[in-house]
Design a binder for this molecule. Structure first.
Ligand code: PMP
Length: 294
């Protein structure tokens, strides 16, 4: 897929430039060691124009990722939000994916550097995992151990694990992977959090071995509003096999139903699953900016 066209504008290091003209040094620490942080954000076309869903939460997470990794960032949440709206406007996009990335300056040592540069690129991107129900493979790769890295940071290098898991699942004929944590409990997808339904309640892996997803928090908020009981804990693949339905959620994927895990299908029709109702609520919410902060 082409991520930019001839006249696409992006923000890089203080300037709005043509995407084709963006350049960096080949000695960036991020390029060599995966030492950088990023975000994945969506803007939606609403009655009031482009509305970035939970911009504050995403840029706060970016700054938190920086803090955890010791990456300096010269921008505030407000500045990054403004830059993102500017990039959207310059590209005349309202429904778009926004990719902020902090790239660490040339440094071939393993000591964290003193400066980083901000890239904000936008492009049109449909639901990341598509619209059809997913057939998942429990991955032979586990999520990184939380004592090896800061699992709650959205760090560039963590995504080697996600690429390995997705590629393995695709090679085996599945749509996507489901990763366990290093203790064999359910964790998350390569780019999305997991929920499953059992007897009218939802269950989701607790924080600790997963990225604390902003969509995951939104789902928890929607469940509170709708009086749907949700439990957060440590669950095993057997718990998932005995569930009635399940779904992945994330900014890119939004909410997408799961058909089967390791070839075992869920009992409930997706149209009757709690996840299906949540999906409709979520898609309404993101397109209604006055509800964003509710
Ligand atoms: N887990 C992982 C590993 C992810 O990459 C993502 C996508 N950022 C998520 C969960 C979902 O997070 P969010 O809802 O904040 O997009």
């Amino acid at each position: 897929m082409a991520y930019f066209k001839e006249n696409t504008i992006l923000y890089f290091d203080g300037a709005y430039i043509n995407a084709a003209e963006g350049q960096t040094s080949l000695y960036m620490q991020t390029l060599h060691y995966g030492y950088g942080v990023f975000e994945g954000i969506r803007s939606y076309d609403t009655a009031q124009g482009a509305a970035i869903f939970k911009a504050k939460e995403h840029f706060e997470r970016l700054l938190h990722s920086c803090e955890l990794l010791g990456i300096p960032c010269d921008y505030s949440v407000e500045q990054m939000t403004e830059i993102s709206y500017n990039v959207l406007a310059k590209n005349e996009l309202t429904d778009a994916y926004i990719r902020p990335l902090l790239i660490c300056d040339p440094n071939m040592t393993l000591i964290n550097g003193q400066s980083s540069r901000l890239l904000v690129a936008v492009w049109e991107w449909g639901a990341y995992l598509g619209e059809k129900l997913l057939n998942l493979k429990i991955s032979p790769y586990c999520r990184p151990h939380p004592r090896s890295i800061h699992i709650e940071a959205k760090a560039v290098g963590h995504y080697v694990n996600s690429i390995l898991a997705t590629s393995d699942a695709r090679k085996s004929g599945y749509d996507e992977a489901l990763l366990l944590d290093c203790e064999g409990n359910l964790a998350e997808g390569p780019g999305a959090n997991l929920f499953f339904e059992k007897d009218g309640a939802l269950y989701t892996p607790a924080l600790g071995h997963i990225l604390p997803g902003i969509t995951r928090t939104t789902v928890l908020e929607l469940c509170a509003e709708m009086n749907i009981p949700v439990h957060q804990g440590r669950y095993t693949p057997v718990d998932l096999f005995q569930a009635d339905s399940a779904f992945f959620c994330g900014t890119g994927a939004e909410i997408v139903g799961i058909q089967s895990v390791d070839g075992k299908s869920f009992k409930k029709n997706w149209s009757e699953a709690i996840g299906s109702t949540l999906k409709k609520k979520y898609l309404d919410l993101v397109r209604t900016p006055q509800l964003h902060e509710a």
